[in-house]
Design a protein around this ligand. Structure first.
Ligand code: PXP
Length: 237
Protein backbone atom coordinates (compact mmCIF):
# COMPACT_ATOMS: atom_id res chain seq x y z
CA UNK A 1 0.00 0.00 0.00
CA UNK A 2 1.56 3.33 -1.00
CA UNK A 3 2.00 6.12 1.52
CA UNK A 4 -0.02 9.31 0.99
CA UNK A 5 1.60 12.73 0.83
CA UNK A 6 -0.91 15.60 0.76
CA UNK A 7 -0.03 18.78 -1.09
CA UNK A 8 -1.49 21.75 0.81
CA UNK A 9 -0.63 24.55 -1.67
CA UNK A 10 -4.28 25.21 -2.49
CA UNK A 11 -5.02 26.15 1.10
CA UNK A 12 -2.43 28.90 0.76
CA UNK A 13 -3.93 29.88 -2.62
CA UNK A 14 -7.28 30.58 -0.93
CA UNK A 15 -5.54 32.62 1.78
CA UNK A 16 -3.54 34.63 -0.78
CA UNK A 17 -6.74 35.40 -2.72
CA UNK A 18 -7.69 37.68 0.20
CA UNK A 19 -4.28 38.57 1.54
CA UNK A 20 -5.37 37.69 5.08
CA UNK A 21 -4.09 35.13 7.60
CA UNK A 22 -6.54 32.29 6.92
CA UNK A 23 -7.02 29.54 5.92
CA UNK A 24 -3.55 28.75 7.21
CA UNK A 25 -1.78 25.88 5.38
CA UNK A 26 0.01 25.17 8.66
CA UNK A 27 -3.31 24.37 10.38
CA UNK A 28 -4.29 22.33 7.33
CA UNK A 29 -1.07 20.31 7.65
CA UNK A 30 -1.94 19.34 11.22
CA UNK A 31 -5.45 18.26 10.22
CA UNK A 32 -4.03 16.25 7.31
CA UNK A 33 -1.65 14.47 9.70
CA UNK A 34 -4.39 13.83 12.27
CA UNK A 35 -6.44 12.22 9.49
CA UNK A 36 -3.62 9.74 8.92
CA UNK A 37 -1.64 11.05 5.95
CA UNK A 38 2.00 10.02 5.80
CA UNK A 39 3.43 13.32 4.67
CA UNK A 40 2.93 16.98 3.83
CA UNK A 41 4.00 18.38 0.46
CA UNK A 42 4.33 22.06 -0.39
CA UNK A 43 5.78 23.92 -3.34
CA UNK A 44 7.62 27.15 -2.63
CA UNK A 45 7.43 28.88 -5.99
CA UNK A 46 9.75 31.60 -7.17
CA UNK A 47 6.79 34.02 -7.41
CA UNK A 48 5.44 33.01 -3.93
CA UNK A 49 1.93 32.79 -5.34
CA UNK A 50 0.73 30.41 -2.62
CA UNK A 51 3.15 29.00 -0.03
CA UNK A 52 5.22 31.72 1.69
CA UNK A 53 8.65 31.46 3.33
CA UNK A 54 6.95 31.79 6.72
CA UNK A 55 4.73 28.77 5.96
CA UNK A 56 7.72 26.62 5.15
CA UNK A 57 9.54 27.66 8.34
CA UNK A 58 6.57 26.81 10.56
CA UNK A 59 5.77 23.62 8.63
CA UNK A 60 9.32 22.46 9.29
CA UNK A 61 8.69 22.95 13.01
CA UNK A 62 5.28 21.32 13.26
CA UNK A 63 5.15 18.54 10.66
CA UNK A 64 5.55 15.26 12.47
CA UNK A 65 5.40 12.92 9.46
CA UNK A 66 7.50 13.84 6.43
CA UNK A 67 7.91 17.28 4.90
CA UNK A 68 8.47 17.13 1.15
CA UNK A 69 9.52 20.47 -0.37
CA UNK A 70 8.81 20.82 -4.07
CA UNK A 71 10.99 23.44 -5.68
CA UNK A 72 12.89 24.51 -8.78
CA UNK A 73 16.61 23.79 -8.83
CA UNK A 74 17.63 27.44 -8.43
CA UNK A 75 20.35 28.87 -6.19
CA UNK A 76 17.73 30.70 -4.09
CA UNK A 77 15.68 27.56 -3.48
CA UNK A 78 18.72 25.42 -2.75
CA UNK A 79 19.80 27.96 -0.13
CA UNK A 80 16.32 27.93 1.45
CA UNK A 81 16.21 24.12 1.44
CA UNK A 82 19.64 23.86 3.09
CA UNK A 83 18.46 26.28 5.78
CA UNK A 84 15.05 24.69 6.34
CA UNK A 85 16.06 21.03 6.03
CA UNK A 86 12.90 19.37 4.71
CA UNK A 87 12.90 15.56 4.94
CA UNK A 88 13.06 15.36 1.15
CA UNK A 89 13.22 17.79 -1.77
CA UNK A 90 11.36 17.09 -5.01
CA UNK A 91 12.87 19.05 -7.88
CA UNK A 92 10.32 20.23 -10.44
CA UNK A 93 10.50 22.42 -13.54
CA UNK A 94 8.92 25.80 -12.98
CA UNK A 95 7.55 28.37 -15.40
CA UNK A 96 6.12 31.61 -14.16
CA UNK A 97 3.14 31.57 -16.51
CA UNK A 98 1.97 28.03 -15.75
CA UNK A 99 -1.07 27.32 -13.54
CA UNK A 100 0.59 24.22 -12.09
CA UNK A 101 3.64 22.10 -12.85
CA UNK A 102 3.03 21.10 -16.46
CA UNK A 103 5.57 18.45 -17.30
CA UNK A 104 8.41 16.49 -15.82
CA UNK A 105 12.00 17.67 -15.55
CA UNK A 106 14.20 17.24 -18.58
CA UNK A 107 16.96 15.43 -16.69
CA UNK A 108 18.73 14.47 -19.91
CA UNK A 109 19.07 18.07 -21.07
CA UNK A 110 19.80 19.55 -17.64
CA UNK A 111 22.07 16.71 -16.51
CA UNK A 112 24.98 18.79 -15.24
CA UNK A 113 23.00 21.48 -13.43
CA UNK A 114 20.73 18.89 -11.77
CA UNK A 115 23.69 16.79 -10.71
CA UNK A 116 25.25 19.86 -9.11
CA UNK A 117 21.99 20.79 -7.33
CA UNK A 118 21.62 17.24 -6.02
CA UNK A 119 25.20 17.24 -4.75
CA UNK A 120 24.60 20.52 -2.90
CA UNK A 121 21.42 19.19 -1.28
CA UNK A 122 22.99 15.85 -0.39
CA UNK A 123 25.84 17.65 1.35
CA UNK A 124 23.12 19.06 3.61
CA UNK A 125 21.78 15.50 4.13
CA UNK A 126 18.64 16.19 2.12
CA UNK A 127 17.57 13.33 -0.15
CA UNK A 128 16.35 14.38 -3.59
CA UNK A 129 13.53 13.11 -5.76
CA UNK A 130 13.09 14.17 -9.39
CA UNK A 131 9.65 14.77 -10.90
CA UNK A 132 9.88 13.08 -14.31
CA UNK A 133 7.67 12.00 -17.17
CA UNK A 134 7.34 8.21 -17.51
CA UNK A 135 10.19 7.95 -20.02
CA UNK A 136 13.07 5.49 -19.82
CA UNK A 137 15.75 7.98 -20.81
CA UNK A 138 14.67 10.39 -18.06
CA UNK A 139 14.80 7.63 -15.49
CA UNK A 140 18.19 6.45 -16.66
CA UNK A 141 19.44 10.04 -16.39
CA UNK A 142 17.89 10.34 -12.89
CA UNK A 143 20.15 7.52 -11.75
CA UNK A 144 23.06 9.23 -13.52
CA UNK A 145 22.61 12.47 -11.56
CA UNK A 146 22.43 10.39 -8.36
CA UNK A 147 18.87 11.15 -7.29
CA UNK A 148 17.55 8.94 -4.48
CA UNK A 149 14.06 8.78 -5.89
CA UNK A 150 11.81 9.77 -8.77
CA UNK A 151 8.22 10.94 -8.78
CA UNK A 152 6.50 9.75 -11.92
CA UNK A 153 4.27 12.37 -13.54
CA UNK A 154 0.79 10.82 -13.75
CA UNK A 155 -0.78 13.87 -15.44
CA UNK A 156 -1.12 12.36 -18.91
CA UNK A 157 -2.76 9.23 -17.51
CA UNK A 158 -5.15 11.37 -15.48
CA UNK A 159 -6.05 13.59 -18.44
CA UNK A 160 -6.71 10.69 -20.85
CA UNK A 161 -9.96 11.23 -22.71
CA UNK A 162 -10.69 7.59 -23.56
CA UNK A 163 -10.18 4.24 -21.83
CA UNK A 164 -7.75 3.22 -24.58
CA UNK A 165 -5.70 6.37 -24.01
CA UNK A 166 -5.67 5.77 -20.26
CA UNK A 167 -4.50 2.20 -20.88
CA UNK A 168 -1.66 3.47 -23.08
CA UNK A 169 -0.59 6.01 -20.49
CA UNK A 170 -0.75 3.38 -17.76
CA UNK A 171 1.53 1.16 -19.84
CA UNK A 172 4.05 4.02 -20.05
CA UNK A 173 3.90 4.38 -16.28
CA UNK A 174 4.38 0.63 -15.74
CA UNK A 175 7.32 0.65 -18.12
CA UNK A 176 8.88 3.57 -16.24
CA UNK A 177 8.28 1.85 -12.91
CA UNK A 178 10.09 -1.25 -14.23
CA UNK A 179 13.03 0.86 -15.37
CA UNK A 180 13.29 2.69 -12.04
CA UNK A 181 13.08 -0.54 -10.02
CA UNK A 182 15.93 -2.04 -11.99
CA UNK A 183 17.96 1.06 -11.24
CA UNK A 184 17.34 1.03 -7.51
CA UNK A 185 15.51 4.34 -7.46
CA UNK A 186 12.69 4.77 -4.96
CA UNK A 187 9.42 5.50 -6.72
CA UNK A 188 6.63 7.97 -6.00
CA UNK A 189 3.90 9.18 -8.35
CA UNK A 190 1.59 12.13 -8.57
CA UNK A 191 -0.22 14.92 -10.41
CA UNK A 192 -3.88 14.86 -11.32
CA UNK A 193 -4.75 11.86 -9.18
CA UNK A 194 -8.33 11.87 -7.92
CA UNK A 195 -10.87 9.62 -6.19
CA UNK A 196 -11.50 7.66 -9.41
CA UNK A 197 -8.21 7.42 -11.28
CA UNK A 198 -6.04 6.73 -8.22
CA UNK A 199 -7.08 3.09 -8.02
CA UNK A 200 -4.98 1.73 -10.88
CA UNK A 201 -1.93 3.68 -9.77
CA UNK A 202 -2.28 2.59 -6.13
CA UNK A 203 -2.26 -1.03 -7.34
CA UNK A 204 1.30 -0.75 -8.68
CA UNK A 205 3.25 -2.32 -5.86
CA UNK A 206 6.61 -0.72 -6.64
CA UNK A 207 5.17 2.78 -6.13
CA UNK A 208 5.89 3.66 -2.51
CA UNK A 209 4.17 7.01 -2.28
CA UNK A 210 1.42 9.03 -3.95
CA UNK A 211 1.42 12.82 -3.74
CA UNK A 212 -2.02 14.34 -4.14
CA UNK A 213 -3.21 17.94 -3.79
CA UNK A 214 -6.00 19.36 -5.90
CA UNK A 215 -8.56 16.59 -5.59
CA UNK A 216 -8.19 16.28 -1.81
CA UNK A 217 -8.38 20.02 -1.10
CA UNK A 218 -11.30 20.36 -3.56
CA UNK A 219 -13.10 17.50 -1.79
CA UNK A 220 -12.35 19.15 1.53
CA UNK A 221 -14.12 22.34 0.41
CA UNK A 222 -17.22 20.44 -0.69
CA UNK A 223 -17.54 17.93 2.13
CA UNK A 224 -16.78 20.65 4.67
CA UNK A 225 -19.16 23.27 3.24
CA UNK A 226 -22.35 21.80 4.72
CA UNK A 227 -20.92 22.01 8.25
CA UNK A 228 -19.47 25.48 7.71
CA UNK A 229 -22.87 26.86 6.59
CA UNK A 230 -24.73 25.16 9.47
CA UNK A 231 -22.29 26.60 11.99
CA UNK A 232 -22.77 30.15 10.63
CA UNK A 233 -26.58 29.80 10.63
CA UNK A 234 -26.45 28.66 14.25
CA UNK A 235 -24.31 31.66 15.19
CA UNK A 236 -26.56 34.16 13.39
CA UNK A 237 -29.67 32.77 15.02
N1 PXP B 1 3.54 16.11 -7.52
C1 PXP B 1 4.14 17.21 -8.03
C2 PXP B 1 5.59 17.15 -8.36
C3 PXP B 1 3.39 18.40 -8.25
O1 PXP B 1 4.00 19.48 -8.76
C4 PXP B 1 2.03 18.42 -7.88
C5 PXP B 1 1.24 19.70 -8.04
O2 PXP B 1 1.71 20.66 -7.18
C6 PXP B 1 1.47 17.25 -7.33
C7 PXP B 1 2.25 16.12 -7.18
C8 PXP B 1 0.04 17.20 -6.93
O3 PXP B 1 -0.77 17.32 -8.05
P1 PXP B 1 -2.33 17.53 -7.89
O4 PXP B 1 -2.51 18.85 -7.19
O5 PXP B 1 -2.84 17.52 -9.28
O6 PXP B 1 -2.83 16.38 -7.05
Amino acid sequence: MPRLGVNIDHVATVRQARGVAFPDPVTAASIVELAGADGIVCHLREDRRHIQDRDLRILREIVQTQLNLEMAATEEMIRIALMTKPDIVTLVPEKREELTTEGGLDVVKNFRSLKKAIQQLRKGNIPVSLFVDPERNQIKASEGVEAEAIEIHTGHYCEAKTFAQADDELKRILDAVGEASRRDLRIAAGHGLNYVNVRRIAEIKEIEELNIGHSIIARGVLVGLDRAVREMIELIR
